[in-house]
Design a protein around this ligand. Structure first.
Ligand SMILES: *Cc1c(COP(=O)(O)O)cnc(C)c1O
Length: 438
């Protein structure tokens, strides 16, 4: 399969190059030349398949031409080996719990998959002795997933850029305490500033001539595409409960950079019968504004209690535009949007706990509330519960007024010592820091 750039000035790129480069030279995002529909027999039997087999079938459609079958099987198996249960929260609303991986957020799926695939491609490169520097901007969860995916991997150094004071203390522990080949960079700025620094680094000729750089954000195809797999699994689990419910499945995705929902749109194009999508946002409602007006106006992000969605210029919007040939009408027909204030998120978290006993995290709360408000009669909603509530301990405990149990996996991270390097949001500063490292 070849890849082209959403800016259309680059095409015919191999998967290997797309994964290693991350971003195309014309600053666009890579897209596969075509999306192959999976034969209907797959969907008829999907509820009888294991997650592994299902994910491999989908992975084969995307990567089968470019990655040896046994290797692909191994990557799928090793990176998706945790539970993704579909839990009934109320009458017609289900939570797809994506937080049972090592760092307790859905980013584990793409983060681990892309680490493995990148390592595989790097080994095949002629200059495979040269250190590869992975730059990753994080709003809280990508950093830990990618850092944990690459921890101790030879030949790779990871730089995690995160906005100072804007990630939760537990999130911060997950990438600042690891040491080894992981360096945490604390940026005086927002997530958008971090993302801009990373993008500027890829565009800088001098840096690229002197060191090998790649990205692990959802701009990377190996990072966002594997996220399509669990949409199949959501459908399969719902189908096992009731075919009628599966036929009317609406998926709601708490969205920030829109990588997760874009992966869902890919699953849909591969034939997965999702009725429609809802993108749930916090106050950073650039996408909702686009749906309302047809005009996309990025603006600086504002800090909210659902901090992993504090994105003012979602990079995967370019992929959504491309998928729908820039048709506002087509996009609006398939995806609706909604935005919630911190007060609404807090109120939802609290009332859901009281009424159903289910503990949401602030991101999942946006998803749950959107389904409660927007499901039509006969529809069945699945929201992606993107992180474990304990990752936002202070926020969640503050809202509920009660203690939240911290999973052992998380407690382990909190025992380490925080080490990070302070950076301004000035690119010149970042550049000279990197050059001094090489
Ligand atoms: C990253 C993240 C999101 C947003 O996902 P995108 O793919 O960037 O839209 C939502 N919730 C949590 C907990 C996250 O970590």
């Amino acid at each position: 399969m070849k890849y082209y750039s959403t800016n259309k000035k680059v095409s015919g790129v191999s998967l290997e190059d797309a994964v290693i480069k991350g971003l195309a030279e014309d600053k666009g995002l890579f897209m596969p030349d075509n999306i192959v529909e999976i034969p209907s027999a797959f969907y008829e039997n999907i509820d009888k398949m294991s997650f592994d087999d299902m994910a491999y079938t989908a992975a084969f459609m995307l990567f089968g031409e470019d990655v040896h079958a046994n290797m692909l099987k191994m990557i799928v198996h090793d990176t998706l080996n945790f539970d993704v249960p579909l839990v009934r929260v109320s009458e017609n609303i289900y939570s797809l719990e994506l937080f049972h991986g090592p760092t307790l957020a859905f980013k584990d799926v793409g983060g681990r998959f892309m680490s493995r695939m990148l390592s595989y491609f790097i080994q095949r490169q002629e200059d495979n002795k040269k250190l590869v520097n992975v730059l990753v901007a994080t709003s809280g969860d990508t950093g830990s997933a990618v850092a944990n995916g690459f921890l101790g991997v030879e030949g790779i150094h990871v730089y995690v850029l995160y906005p100072k004071g804007l990630v939760s203390p537990i999130q911060e522990c997950q990438f600042t305490t690891l040491g080894q080949n992981i360096t945490a960079l604390e940026v005086e700025g927002t997530f958008d500033d971090c993302q801009a620094l990373v993008k500027a680094a890829f565009m800088d000729a001098e840096l690229n001539a002197k060191m090998k750089l790649t990205s692990a954000n959802s701009i990377n195809v190996a990072r966002f595409l594997p996220q399509a797999f669990y949409y199949f699994y959501a459908y399969a689990q719902l189908k096992a409960i009731s075919q009628a419910a599966a036929n009317n499945m609406v998926v709601c995705v708490p969205s920030g950079n829109f990588g997760n929902i874009t992966a869902g749109l890919f699953a849909h194009r591969m034939g997965l019968p999702i009725k429609r999508f809802i993108a749930a946002n916090n106050r950073n409602d650039i996408f909702l504004e686009y749906l309302k007006t047809g005009v996309y106006t990025p603006r600086p992000s504002v800090a909210t209690i659902a901090n992993a969605m504090d994105v003012g210029d979602p990079s995967n919007f370019a992929r959504i535009l491309d998928l729908f040939h820039h048709s506002h009408e087509a996009i609006s027909a398939e995806i609706s949007g909604v935005s919630y204030t911190d007060e609404q998120i807090a109120e939802t978290l609290k009332s859901c706990k009281q009424e159903t006993g289910y503990l949401l995290d602030p991101h999942g709360a946006c998803g749950y509330r959107a389904l409660k408000e927007m499901l039509q009669p006969g529809e069945v909603g699945v929201f992606l519960e993107t992180a474990h509530p304990a990752k936002f301990l202070q926020t969640v405990e503050g809202i509920l007024g009660e203690k939240v149990e911290i999973p052992l996996k998380l407690q382990k991270f909190m025992e380490g010592k925080k080490v990070s390097v302070s950076l301004s949001r000035d690119f010149a500063h970042f550049k000279s820091y990197l050059l001094a490292k090489k």
